[in-house]
Design a protein around this ligand. Structure first.
Ligand code: UDP
Length: 316
């Protein structure tokens, strides 16, 4: 198949590109490298089944030739990024979703949207099933991401109902692994880099808020399975093991053998208190559940960060 991945030079997009290329497909990566990095896909440059197109998908998208799939993964996804890039975040998830849906329609291609657990906001229900409508502050700092992703889901469903487009919506919960940018600002990358440098681990709030962390290889398997079923409503993809931020900091310290202390900093506005996926649907529909536990996933991720010069050069 010939598959376009918007945001294909980012963390998730580049891992999915790896998988689809190794499955024998043609992959076109479209990215403007706002938060992605060419380094994530440079290994495929010589592959004749790979193509890189530098483009901002918030503008009209032109692709020549046939496409079997349009996979819309372009978007800043770290809270630090979308707080710094509020308008670009809203544009890529609204205009970019519209352009990529229009492209899929023009090419009679199937379509997959990267949505997010952030559509549940600061949930009042835990774990969160797909049927939960969420608890989102539209005008808070996270609203630029949450509401834009909610709009993207609505538009994707509208193209499905109105134009019969063959669509998928993945609601992605916290994911980590190699290629999460060192300065990405998310908790796993922050803690690992801080621990490797023996700097304080920055815990926001009292650290009792929870997250459920899935390793990248599990999520990629979930995407591929979702592409292979005929189901158009959102599907949660996440690891149903819940950890507090404090527990995560302790595990990272242990696995890195770090001397770092913990430093408590203010909790960001509207930071969700609990996040835990109900994956009953993914288990049934996709026969999918995460296989990599946090300890082994973190060990792999730590090994990758240790190989990064920007981390090592500051090792004390
Ligand atoms: N967090 C933290 N220290 C950090 C970065 C994040 O304590 O250096 C907390 C953050 O407040 C949130 C959780 O870790 O409660 C996960 O944050 P992240 O930015 O990874 O993504 P989120 O799940 O909030 O989208």
């Amino acid at each position: 198949m010939r598959i376009l991945i918007t945001g294909g030079a980012g963390f998730l997009g580049s891992h999915l590109a790896d998988r689809l290329l190794s499955d024998g497909h043609h992959v076109l990566v479209m990215d403007n490298l706002l938060t992605g990095s060419f380094e994530n896909i440079a290994q495929h440059q010589a592959n004749t089944r790979f193509e890189y197109i530098h483009h901002n998908v918030s503008n009209y998208i032109h692709v020549s030739g046939d496409l079997d799939w349009v996979i819309h993964f372009a978007s800043p996804a770290s809270p630090v990024d979308y707080l710094q890039l509020p308008i670009a975040t809203m544009k890529v998830n609204s205009l970019g979703t519209h352009n990529s849906l229009g492209l899929a329609k023009a090419k009679s291609a199937r379509y997959m949207l990267a949505s997010t657990s952030e559509v549940y906001g600061d949930p009042e229900v835990s774990p969160q099933p797909e049927s939960y409508w969420g608890h989102v502050n539209p005008i808070g700092p996270r609203g630029v991401y949450d509401e834009a992703k909610r709009f993207a889901e609505a538009l994707t469903m509208a193209y499905h109902h109105k134009h019969g487009l063959d669509t998928r919506i993945a609601r992605i919960f916290n994911c980590y692994g190699p290629r999460l940018r060192t300065n990405d600002g998310r908790v796993v990358s922050n803690f690992i880099c801080q621990a490797l440098r023996n700097e304080p681990l920055t815990v926001y709030g009292d650290g009792r808020q929870t997250r459920s962390f899935q390793y990248i290889s599990d999520l990629i398997e979930g995407f591929v399975r979702l592409m292979n079923v005929d189901y158009h409503e959102p599907v949660n993809l996440g690891n149903p093991e819940e950890f507090t931020v404090i527990e995560l900091s302790e595990l990272v310290k242990e696995l890195t053998g770090s001397r770092s202390k913990v430093e408590f900093l203010p909790l960001p506005v509207d930071d969700p208190k609990r996040r835990l996926p109900d994956i009953t649907l993914a288990r049934k529909l996709l026969d999918w559940s995460p296989k990599v536990d946090l300890r082994s996933g973190l060990a792999n991720t730590i090994a990758w960060y240790k190989s990064r010069s920007e981390v090592l050069s500051r090792l004390s």
